[in-house]
Design a protein around this ligand. Structure first.
Ligand code: SF4
Ligand code: SF4
Length: 218
């Protein structure tokens, strides 16, 4: 896999064909879910009823992963237009680039590579990887790192594989409007923050404390 630097050429222009909005594998972070729910004015529970599915992700050592439902097509697609363009998930922003995260407990790196060929590559137009990321509003490493680090730590733990644990994991990481989670916060005197970013950082803190700390490292 060849990693791309920001000043590498991409020779790419999006043709707006929306092929990437159909039958695509788009993984969602808590930050993606927070943004969509906030801007759509829906709860995480309502979001999951229509727009997501959950898998034990073979590419990430069976990490319980929330996927955007894109089969046969994403429900946010209208014709070839994304109806949540301003707050679409990170995976939609980076396409046709994929990201591979590296975290060894100290150093975090986020490397981009070409994920898939699409019609946009047959062009003489030149853009650099960095320019493309800027145009697409790709989230900064500061926002990506907490969830990527949590994932790496979770993969390196001996976590249970019981239905009960998966349900707790799902509630804390992906369904945080759920009354069970919100009540648990109130019981501990934690106020649900007002900004999306603060909520995201709180979710990661809770996930680390409730889902990782009780278990040993592999
Ligand atoms: S990124 Fe590629 S597949 Fe997606 S809309 Fe643009 S040209 Fe089509
Ligand atoms: S959220 Fe928007 S960009 Fe992403 S798959 Fe759905 S319609 Fe396409």
């Amino acid at each position: 896999m060849e990693f791309k630097k920001d000043d590498d050429p991409l020779n790419f222009v999006c043709r707006q064909c929306a092929r990437c909005c159909r039958n695509s594998a788009i993984r969602l972070s808590p930050y993606d879910i927070l943004k969509i729910c906030h801007h759509r004015g829906i709860s995480t529970t309502q979001f999951h009823q229509h727009h997501s599915s959950f898998i034990l992700d073979a590419e990430n050592q069976n990490f319980l992963t929330c996927m955007l439902k894109t089969s046969p097509q994403c429900l946010f697609l209208d014709g070839t237009a994304c109806t949540i363009y301003e707050y679409r998930p990170q995976g939609c922003r980076t396409f046709p680039l994929g990201a591979q995260h590296f975290y060894d407990g100290k150093v975090f790196q986020n490397n981009y590579y070409i994920l898939e060929r699409c019609g946009g590559f047959n062009t003489t137009e030149k853009i650099s990887v960095g320019q493309y990321k800027k145009e697409q509003g790709v989230y900064s490493d500061d926002l990506i790192a907490p969830w990527a680090k949590f994932k790496t730590e979770a993969i390196n733990k001996n976590l249970p594989s019981s239905d009960e644990f998966y349900q707790r994991f799902l509630t804390v990481c992906y369904d945080f409007d759920n009354p069970i989670f919100q009540e648990a916060l109130r019981d501990q005197g934690i106020i649900w923050p007002s900004t999306i970013e603060e909520r995201y950082f709180l979710i990661i803190q809770c996930a680390q404390r409730l889902l990782l700390e009780p278990y040993s490292t592999k």
